[in-house]
Design a protein around this ligand. Structure first.
Ligand code: NAD
Ligand code: DAU
Length: 349
């Protein structure tokens, strides 16, 4: 039985990835290493926590001795590296936390993998999950391809770009077998409500203001999280060693258009009058250094590996809203305590 390490498996994307691998591959043992920061939540994995091929380990990827011991115990043949500090606004407030986890944490994992696999790298794989934000910001035209030069502009994207560079450096210098994917904005169940879509769902339910940064004209390219983890599965098993793959759904929305669509769907689902939730839209101070537009060209993934997104955005958004409406306990749980302090510090009362 192969043993695969997933880092950050208690987070948003990591929990979907862990669920997919545990259910689809009973012959893999999946070890989920997560520090359970504010963003990590074992309630995201209740349905698989007792699966015979799953094990959770609480620990910090920046603790290299700990990570090396974990490799020595489990003899991983693969790593799916998802753990990160992931929120741009938090990176503006505290860049060093992002350097620590995203850069030092990634290098500590790379080092442990290199040392553990040094006698035989055959059949091994270090898969690094990254973001389209490393490419910087687009104007009104064009798309990010795998050849686009890196131009990160926030402490978050700079830390992710740095981690991507380290992954490639370990491949070129030590022949570590690696793959990288850079994905656009994800949405779906278990998304922490500091990010735009779940934050607005939470605030619409509670009739609280919907904070739109600047004029709401920034554009993001949204992909349903289950389509992202299907792409990771495809790349993990079929992609070429040493390669990078962009993942995205050709689904661009300005923030204001997206939030209006959310209001429209939620008014219908909550039995409110048409236009009621749009009244909650509130323009607030812009994010510092706010990237204007992200848009991914995923042709390579489609043509070489046959991956396509499965859902139209309106359908994915509807499924996502339904999930939040049916999981009010999950939402109440993650929006208590520290979340309240964070929310007040960013948006006021
Ligand atoms: P998330 O913030 O929801 O989850 C991150 C997880 O990592 C949490 O479970 C947290 O506890 C864990 N973690 C944080 N620091 C850790 C540490 N030092 N040691 C061990 N575990 C730690 O993040 P997400 O949105 O699921 O993103 C996952 C990955 O995907 C990240 O690498 C992110 O850069 C990338 N990504 C995210 C998106 C998106 O739209 N959310 C898009 C593209 C790429
Ligand atoms: O592109 C991939 C990236 O997408 C991931 O790498 C990041 O981990 C993920 O957080 C996400 O980054 P964004 O900054 O694009 O996502 P966020 O949900 O924070 O913001 C989406 C857009 O909405 C962005 O233009 C900022 C804006 N926004 C966000 C919040 C939280 C608002 O207008 N108001 C808000 O309250």
């Amino acid at each position: 039985m192969e043993t695969i390490l997933i880092t950050g498996g208690a987070g948003f994307i990591g929990s979907h990835l862990t669920r997919l691998f545990v259910n689809k591959y009973p012959n893999y043992k999946i070890v989920n290493l997560d520090a359970l920061t504010y963003a990590g939540n074992l309630n995201n994995l209740r349905d698989i926590e007792n699966a015979p091929n799953y094990q959770f380990v609480k620990g910090d990827i920046t603790d290299m001795e700990f990570v090396k011991n974990l490799f020595a115990t489990h003899h991983f043949s693969g790593v799916l590296h998802c753990a990160a500090e992931s929120h741009v606004d938090r990176s503006i407030a505290d860049p060093l936390a992002f350097v620590r986890t995203n850069v030092i944490g990634t290098v500590s994992l790379l080092q442990a993998a290199k040392e553990h696999w040094k006698e035989n790298m055959e059949g091994k794989l270090f898969y690094h999950i990254s973001t389209d934000e490393v490419y910087g910001s687009l104007g009104d035209e064009g798309f990010f391809t795998e050849e686009t030069a890196y131009d990160p502009r926030s402490p978050y994207s700079a830390s992710k770009a740095s981690s991507d560079h380290f992954v490639r450096a370990y491949h070129h210098t030590y022949h570590l077998p690696v793959k990288i994917s850079n994905c656009s904005n994800n949405y779906g169940p278990f998304h922490f409500p500091e990010k735009l879509i779940p934050l607005c769902i939470h605030n619409i339910i509670n009739k609280k203001p919907l904070p739109i940064y600047g004029k709401g004209e920034n554009v993001r390219d949204w992909l349903f999280v289950e389509d992202h983890v299907r792409a990771i599965d495809t790349i993990y098993h079929k992609g070429k060693i040493g390669e990078t793959y962009n993942i995205g759904g050709h689904n661009e929305w300005t923030n204001i258009a997206l939030v209006k669509e959310l209001c429209h769907q939620m008014d219908q689902k909550l039995g409110r009058e048409a236009g009621e939730s749009e009244q909650l839209i509130t323009y607030v101070k812009d994010r510092a250094g706010h990237d204007l537009r992200y848009a991914i060209d995923a042709t390579k993934l489609k043509e070489e590996l046959g991956w396509m997104p499965s859902l139209q955005f309106e359908e994915g958004l509807s499924k996502t809203i339904d999930w939040y409406l049916n999981n009010s306990e999950w939402l109440a749980n993650v929006t208590s305590g520290d979340y309240q302090k964070y929310y007040t510090s960013l948006y006021g009362a």
